[in-house]
Design a protein. Sequence first.
Length: 361
Amino acid sequence: MFKRRYSRPGSAPATLNTPPPEAQQPVFHVTEYSEAGVTERKASGVADLPLPADDGKILWIEMNGLADVNALKVLGEKYGLHPLALEDVLNLGQRPKLESFGAHLFVIAQMIYHDKESCLCGEQVSIFIGHNLLISIQEDDSEDVFTPVRERIRGGGGYIRKLGADYLAYALLDSIVDHCFPVLEKVGEALEEIEEDVLEKPGKNTVTQLHGLKRSLMQLRRFVWPERDVVSALLHSDSTIVQAETKVFLRDLYDHTVQIMDLIESYRDATNGLVELYLSSVSLRTNETMRVLTVMSSIFIPLTFIVGLYGMNFQNTSADGSPAPMNMPEIHWKYGYLTVIAIMAVISVCQIIFFKRKKWF
C-alpha cells in the first residue's frame, strides 16, 4: 500500500496541514552511541529529547507517527529544521530527494517491503542529517527495515560506531535499498510461475497477475530511480556533513541502486514478453481449435451433399407411370441405403487419411 497526501491547493508554503484521523500518534526513540558504548530509551515527548553534545556521541532520534502536527513543529524549532522540509515530511508520496539547508541535510526516501500478507507496501522516510545528529521520521512504527542497523549499533561491529551521523544515514539508506532485493526476488519467482501458466493453461487469472506485476514494477521504478539520484547527490555533495570516509560506502550503495534498476528493467521486459506470449498462446490455441473444427466441417461437407441429394425424394417413374430414368433410379435398389452409407464412409476415411498426411490435425 502506497500512501499519498498533499497540501491543500493554494496553501502558503511551509504550511503544516492536519493529518488524517488514521495517522498514528508519534512515538519517540532516542539512541546515543559512540565507540565506547550505546544507550537507548523512549522519550515521552519533544521536551524529553536531548540536544546533540560535543562529546563525540552520535544522537539518533526516531519519530514514528505523524498525527501530532504541533509536536513536529516543536521538533523543528528545537533542532532548527527548515519549515519547508517539515511540510514535505507531512506530504506523503514525495519523490525521493536530497536538499541542503546549511546546518543540516534533508533526505526523503521510500521504504519498500512486503507486509505480513505478502502485499507490496511503501512508506516514506524523512531523514535530517546534521553534525553528530540524525533525525528519522516515519509514518508509523509497525513496520520498518532498520532492525539490522539497530542491531549493528548495539553489537558495535563494523564502522557504524566509529564514524559519524553521515555514516548512520548511509546505513539507513543502504538498508532501504537492499530490502528491494528480496522484493524483486519474489517478483522473479512470480514471473517464473506465470510463465508456466502462460505456456500450459493461460486464463483470465494469468492476465490479472501480469497486470499486478506490471503495476508493482512501475511503482518500484518510480521510487528506486530517484533514490539512485539521492545517493549520487550525497556522493558528490560539498557539504561538510558528508565525510570522505563515508563517500567510499556511498559509491557501493550507488552500485546497489544501479543493480536494482537493472533488475527492474529486466523484469519489466520479461513481463511485457509474457503478455505477448500470452496473446500468442491464446491465438495459437484458438487457431488449433478452428483447425479441428474446419477439418470436421470439411469431412461433413460431401456427406451433407449426398444426404441432401437423396433427400429430394424423386421417383424413377413419372406421374402417368412411364419410365423416368433421370429421376434417380437407384432409389429403389435393394441395397441402395447400405450402398450410400458405404460410399459416405469411404469418402470420410479418404478425407481423414488426406488430412493426416498433410498434418492438419
